[in-house]
Design a protein around this ligand. Structure first.
Ligand SMILES: *[C@@H]1O[C@H](CO)[C@@H](O)[C@H](O)[C@H]1NC(C)=O
Ligand SMILES: *[C@@H]1O[C@H](CO)[C@@H](O)[C@H](O)[C@H]1NC(C)=O
Length: 353
């Protein structure tokens, strides 16, 4: 009798787990139609554009080479699209070990008094995740390396957003960095992700039990923080408290393995890249993009007082035009769409309001 009850409970737990896994992997969400905001063209083919961010003046900074031991920061000027994308020279890096290893999230901080632009790029050297800090010389169009920031809590980081000089929120997507254990974490659907706050000296956890938190960004006035959870396929809006702790105030389901978030400084809309079939994106990533395609999706989320009021699909593709899109940004009726390991796409925003 008891044996049967226990067996029944175990079976129920197993079935529930399998349904959750099936939903999470999303293989059933075959992308059958394509959707573009207008004509799109490829700006470059290889090494990806995992994260990018555009300034008010139309300069977009791009991290490229997530699958490479040494990646790059690239620059695209929306005002001069014919010029294409250039690699930014970086000065002062001779003595930096494992420099720009597998560059990932990036964030730009403009000093409110001096106007100097600082670029913070998250990288994955073999030992410990690290944030490289650069100053951007606008006239020479080059980066100057300033310093590296790391912390014992930086294990498996994904993206960051600056809220003040050397102060940032950063997502820890998983507990494990080691590949096999990290895959186990994916497939067991455990919610071990966190948001850390680095206060200029050290990091502390400010949000936990998140399911694969990926992209992070803030409202232009820095009062709200947006976090994309790839695992639970949702965006959470957090209110920033005076002590930099976070309180969740809105959660919006997206039905897509959401990745990076960009915030348009003029409209305050969110632009979000993502993976409609997270299982295919995980496979793609496990193969470093080789011999694989993964579908892509981009959303624009309208906001009112920082809260999300509408989620609109802007782009959808089965992976043939662009695979595994991670990020998108908008500037004067043009949209840049980046990917983990392959292309960077520029689309005309012809058919959107
Ligand atoms: C996989 O890629 C390699 C080269 O990177 C190629 O030689 C091989 O044919 C590809 N395999 C398939 C099944 O496409
Ligand atoms: C994607 O769709 C195109 C047609 O629009 C098709 O030719 C291609 O084989 C599809 N690719 C995948 C990976 O489904």
């Amino acid at each position: 009798m008891y044996g049967k009850i226990i067996l029944f409970i175990l079976l129920a737990v197993l079935i529930q787990y399998l349904i959750r896994l099936w939903t999470f992997l999303g293989y059933y969400k075959d992308v059958k139609y394509h959707h573009t905001p207008g004509p799109c063209r490829t700006l470059y083919e290889e090494d990806g554009s995992e994260d990018l961010s555009v300034l008010k003046n139309g300069l977009a900074f791009i991290t490229s080479g997530y699958y490479l031991e040494k990646g790059k920061v690239k620059l695209f000027d929306f005002n001069d699209p014919r010029h294409g994308v250039e690699d930014l020279p970086i000065l002062g890096i001779d003595a930096v070990p494992n420099f720009m290893a597998h560059p990932h999230g990036l964030s730009i901080w403009e000093h409110p008094e001096t106007g100097v632009l600082y670029l913070y790029v998250l990288t994955h050297p073999p030992d410990q995740d690290r944030v490289e800090v650069f100053e951007f010389d606008q006239t020479k169009r080059e980066l100057k390396y300033i310093k590296s920031i790391t912390d014992p809590l930086f294990r498996s980081m994904n993206d960051l957003v600056l809220v003040d000089i050397d102060k940032f929120y950063i997502t820890q997507i998983q507990w494990f960095k080691n590949t096999y254990l990290a895959y186990m974490e994916y497939f067991l659907l455990v919610k071990h992700g966190e948001v850390l706050f680095f206060d200029g000296m050290k990091a502390r956890s400010v949000a936990s039990s998140l399911h694969l938190p990926n992209g992070i960004n803030s409202s232009p006035d820095k009062s709200l923080v947006y976090v994309a959870e790839f695992g639970s396929q949702q965006i959470t809006v957090f209110k920033r408290n005076k002590d930099d702790s976070l309180d969740g105030i809105q959660t919006v389901p997206v039905d897509c393995g959401v990745d990076n978030i960009e915030v348009d400084p003029s409209s305050e809309d969110l632009w979000v890249g993502g993976h409609p079939s997270p299982g295919k994106a995980i496979e793609y990533n496990a193969n470093a993009g080789k011999n694989r395609t993964a579908p892509s999706q981009v959303f624009r989320m309208k906001t009112s007082k920082g809260l999300i009021t509408d989620v609109i699909e802007i782009y959808r593709n089965n992976g043939t035009e662009i695979s595994a899109s991670t990020v998108a940004t908008y500037f004067k009726r043009r949209i840049l769409i980046g990917s983990i390991g392959s292309k960077l796409l520029l689309c005309d925003a012809k058919y959107i309001n």
